[in-house]
Design a protein around this ligand. Sequence first.
Ligand SMILES: C[S@@+](CC[C@H](N)C(=O)[O-])C[C@H]1O[C@@H](n2cnc3c(N)ncnc32)[C@H](O)[C@@H]1O
Length: 396
Amino acid sequence: MKSKETTSESELKITLKCFFGFEQTLGEELIELGYDKIEFLNRAVRINGSWEDVYFLNLYIRCAISILVEIEHFFIKSEDDLYKKAAGIYWNEIFSANKTFAIKGAVFSTLFKNTHYPFLVLKDAIVDCFREIQNERPNIDLKKPQVLFDLYIKENEVTISVNTSGLPLFQRGYREEVGEAPLNEVVAASLIRQSGWDRTTTFMDPFCGSGTILIEAAFLATGIPSNIERQHYAFKNLNNYDEKLWNEIYGSAPRIVRSLPCEIIGSDISDEMILKTRRNLRSMSFGRFVKTSVLPFDQVTKTEEKLFILTNPPYGERMETDIPELYDTLGTWMKHSMTNSEAWIISSSEEGLKSIGLKPTKKTKVFNGDLECSFRKFEIYDGSKKAKNEESYSEE
Ligand SMILES: C[S@@+](CC[C@H](N)C(=O)[O-])C[C@H]1O[C@@H](n2cnc3c(N)ncnc32)[C@H](O)[C@@H]1O
């Protein structure tokens, strides 16, 4: 049996979940934030830390989807064992009966015939604990729970954690306006970090849509936390919430800048999209320094000798777009108008990417939601346009 008092602060096991393939990227971000002992897991990384670290990371981390703190880790031999062990946790010390809760997670175990069943067992254990001790019980809210638990079972090994973020961290709080195929904010931040952008070379997104890539690039360049606009964090609903500590962390975060350390430029063929980008930029102190214009990408000209392009062109979700033609023109534009630059393109259109006709120097598989995409790097020098389908590249 374990109560929170028995867990020393710095002993908290903190798991940061990320999207497929971004474990190293998240690890690098943690190192930059001062964390060194990092354990790499599948779609997650783990560190040890304190509640102060949990608050700090919920605000500052850009490449994680959620932050879990382990409550209990144990082994079971049968379905019944799960209830017995979970019922031994003092749930009433973790949260109060007037808060709603839900349980999410994953079960990979032959001990359970039905993978939903362990979630019901854990729910019963939580509710029964409250009933026994206080004669009242918290209600379930599957859509917007105030407290969220994570249950992970791998064969006979069970980990129960509290999800301190609650709503996923890509719900940054800044995006009021979305385009038709918006890039997930955490994916955008992870791609920018993975690309190795030096945060000083002029950054450009010529298919900026509602501006996600531009905004995440500006956050990174200025050091302002991407979650500075976010109000919701599930840790605020736990019994041990230290409001003073959170206010100190949040209050000392940088949020105002009087300039950008480099130019950040976006454009889109659609005036409606540029309006959305401007609206999304409105609440940020760097908003007015991000330059945007309504332009087809092939009319965008170079403002500097060297540009850093990171973009998310259409994948073919609109029937009227001729994808091979658009990507062919993109390759030609990069070669003739963007020489001496570096371009990173994320797209799910294999046909489109081939039509670029340039040799990528790096290629990684990533996901935007459920959509499998390729993230490719092009180093553009004079004469680098190859004949179509003559691709050869290094695979990461
Ligand atoms: C996949 S969306 C980009 C979404 C964006 N990353 C976001 O998070 O909102 C592709 C964008 O390309 C724009 N587009 C399509 N054809 C274009 C062209 N020829 N030149 C510039 N932009 C174009 C569309 O208007 C759309 O906003």
